[in-house]
Design a protein around this ligand. Structure first.
Ligand code: ADP
Ligand code: MG
Length: 249
């Protein structure tokens, strides 16, 4: 708590007797790229769902910038400064990139009911700047549903950024991407961190991705944190190798 930017203590969540989150404690420093790795089913998405208020924990605490946000609603958590992108693409496919970002920004400003009237309070250049930051300037007026998978994941990051988060949670941002696309989105994430002054909390199944961007890595297995450390520490950790045995690319 206290000065810690983000901290989880003893978080628990079971689904029908199965501990998807098993006594998880971790902390994140402001300005770092913090990552969670773990095989499919390790509990990464569940942890993100708990943090963002989509589901409530059975036990444990979540603190953000000195505030207890445990069990708060998703809207309150966005307003506290935490936004996320989803593992599965989540946008309005028949709206343009520009409109998707504008709707997200309006929603954040609680003006969503007026979304078909002129977008008061949302400057056009602010939206274009954000679109540029996520590398979609050329696609600003393309329909979201017609973008490549990689560009849809970028848009996802843009939608999350529209709420000006201090902490950005990215759930497998490179899932289903080609290696070229992966490189592109990683560059975008690095740029976003620099230009948007936000801390990134990333969960990934792909170790190569994690090793290329992370400052601190937490390893999740069967719902529990098994170890944490820097890229070098995790890369050489025999337990991590064992967990990933047979999964390494
Ligand atoms: N809403 C739910 N109801 C029942 N079981 C769930 C639910 N969400 C996740 N689980 C289970 O929790 C475990 C962790 O899943 P998940 O958090 O999606 O893992 P990951 O994101 O690491 O692949 C899995 O066994 C999954 O089947
Ligand atoms: Mg997941």
């Amino acid at each position: 708590m206290g000065d810690t930017f983000f901290e989880i203590i003893g978080l628990e969540k079971s689904f029908r007797g199965l501990k998807a989150t098993n006594n998880v404690s971790l902390s994140i420093k402001k300005g770092e790229v913090c990552s969670i790795i773990g095989p499919n089913g390790a509990g990464k998405t569940t942890l993100f769902n708990l943090i963002t208020g989509l589901i409530k924990p059975d036990a444990g605490k979540i603190y953000f910038m000195g505030k207890d946000i445990t069990g708060h609603s998703p809207v309150d958590i966005v307003h506290a400064g935490i936004a996320r992108s989803f593992q599965i693409v989540n946008n309005f496919p028949r709206f343009t990139v520009y409109d998707n970002i504008m709707i997200a920004a309006l929603g954040y400003k609680k003006l969503a009911m007026k979304m078909f009237t002129p977008a008061k309070g949302i400057a056009k250049n602010e939206i274009m700047e954000l679109i540029d930051r996520i590398g979609l300037a050329k696609e600003a007026h393309s329909l979201a549903g017609e973008l490549s998978h990689g560009d849809q994941k970028r848009l996802e990051v843009g939608i999350a950024l529209a709420s000006h988060p201090s902490l950005l949670l990215l759930d497998e941002p490179t899932a289903g991407m080609s290696s070229d696309e992966k490189g592109g989105i990683l560059e975008t994430i690095k740029r976003v961190m620099k230009e948007s002054d936000c801390t990134v909390f990333l969960c990934e199944h792909d170790m190569k991705v994690i090793f290329s961007v992370s400052d601190t890595i937490w390893v999740l297995h069967n719902g529990a944190v098994v170890t944490s450390g820097t890229v070098d520490e995790i890369r050489n950790n025999s337990l991590v190798k064992e967990i990933y045995l047979g999964e390494a690319e």
